[in-house]
Ligand binder design. Sequence first.
Ligand SMILES: *Cc1c(COP(=O)(O)O)cnc(C)c1O
Length: 432
Amino acid sequence: MKYYSTNNHKHQVGLSEAVIKGLAPDNGLYMPERIPVLPNDLIEKMSEMSFREIGYAVIGALFSEDLTEKQIHELVDHTLSFDAPIVEVEEDVYSLELFHGPTLAFKDVGARFCSKLMSMLVEDKSKTLRVLVATSGDTGSAVANGFLGVEGVEVIILFPKGKVSKLQEKQFTTLGQNITALEVEGVFDDCQTLVKQAFLDRELNEKLMLTSANSINIARWIPQSLYYFYAFSQLPKTSKKVAFAVPSGNFGNIGAGILAQQMGLPIEQFVAATNVNKVVPEYLNGFPFKAKPSIPTVSNSMDVGNPSNFPRLLALYEGDEKRFRENVKGYFYTDEQTVEAIQAIQPKGYTLDPHGAVGYLGLKDFMAENPGYVGVFLETAHPGKFRDVVEEALGEKLILPERLAAFLEGEKKVIPMGKSFDEFKGFLKGLV
Ligand SMILES: *Cc1c(COP(=O)(O)O)cnc(C)c1O
């Protein structure tokens, strides 16, 4: 399979280059040149298949030209090491729980797939691939845990000192093994600048094999389509149309859902739900796309003013904006509405996290305007990950799942780092 750049359809590369480079040289996002369509009878049979079996079929359709069957199985087994159940919250309204992975958020799926695939694609096994990640929280924990113990790959995480929540920090500073955390005397932008400078530094790139595991990487983006197939297969057989509502920030997750739909999964409608960072809902409601500075909210993993996957969404519709706006409906919600949703659903025996709450609200509004649907909203994180917001909303303490509590007991190990590039470069050169 070739992958083209969303900035230039003629710029095409193979899987290895698309994954290791991450971003095209013209700053475009890579896209598969062809979207394979799965046979209907296979999709129908998925209700009797396990998550992994579904994974082999879907990943096989996309990657079988580039990977052996054995590699595809290894990749899927490593990625889908946890379940993604659907839970009925109200009649015809299901929560797709994507928080059963190691860091309790859906980014675990993409990060696990990406790590294993990178390790497979490094041809020279005597070399170590070094993944540089700047993080303000979530990405660091998903990438660190996804890459933990993966052979031939070392992860270096840069995070701003004192600017990351305690729990998030614990999730990437206590792991050890092939994960190193650098605590940078600065803000998130300083971390990002250091990483960018390293990629541009000729001397470093001659000595070291450097890459990023950015969220726009196809190796993080594509595997997210797996849980749409799996969720659909778990729905009770019905003649009703199916809608998926996705709480969105950079719009990678919903894009993977649209990919699943184009591969033949009969999802009728998507709902893009955001917080007040609402540039995409505005676009979907007929306005031109206009990036804006981000606004802080209680669903902070979606505080994105310039969604990086937007060009990918346009590419999925081949630039046909009318079709895009028909297939995806946009809604946005304030913090107040988000907190009210958490409070309103609790008595039904379900605890939402702030991101899932936004998805739930979008789904409900869509279903009120369009009767006759069965709806699934994506619960993208465990409520315990955002316990401050959820505990305040509910006026009660949450019981943290064991996996999350276990992180809090780990010992933090970091290397202190200034924000000068020379210091960072010296550290990297010291690795060889
Ligand atoms: C990253 C994230 C999102 C947003 O996903 P996108 O793919 O960027 O749209 C939503 N919820 C949670 C909990 C996240 O961590």
